[in-house]
Design a binder for this molecule. Structure first.
Ligand code: HEC
Length: 100
């Protein structure tokens, strides 16, 4: 009985891990969709607004933190940055950095 429980917990744990990896990716994509209106689909801007696709992860996160704490002035980005946590900045940074 005890062994069965342990095995099912192990399976649940494994499934839980892969499910959360998937959820992170989906969530990053979902968050990134909020940026597409200005930064272009897939972060490739066609106008004056800078592209996000291919930006270096560290740079991206630093810019978002700077917008959030006000140390980098911006027109609209401060408002956008306020809605996200550092972990979410990182998830979005990785998502955009992976786009070629
Ligand atoms: C309403 C339009 C708009 C939306 C939506 C928007 N941005 Fe921006 N973004 C800008 C503008 C304009 C700038 C240039 C700085 C400024 O004026 O605020 C910018 C600059 C940036 C920069 C700095 C780029 C660089 O090369 O230094 C990053 C990073 C960024 N945005 C990320 C995001 C992310 C992530 C989202 C979605 C959560 C987002 N933006 C949503 C308009 C927008």
């Amino acid at each position: 009985m005890k062994k069965t429980l342990a095995v099912s917990l192990l399976i649940a744990g494994t499934l839980g891990t892969s499910a959360s990896v998937y959820a992170t990716d989906t969530r990053a994509r979902f968050m990134a969709a909020n940026c597409a209106y200005c930064h272009g689909p897939d972060g490739k801007s066609r106008g004056a607004i800078p592209s996000l696709a291919g930006l270096e992860v560290g740079y991206f996160v630093e810019q978002m933190k700077a917008f959030k704490d006000g140390s980098r002035p911006g027109t609209v980005m401060q408002k956008h940055a306020l809605g996200y946590t550092d972990a979410e900045f990182l998830a979005m940074a990785k998502y955009f950095a992976a786009i070629k």
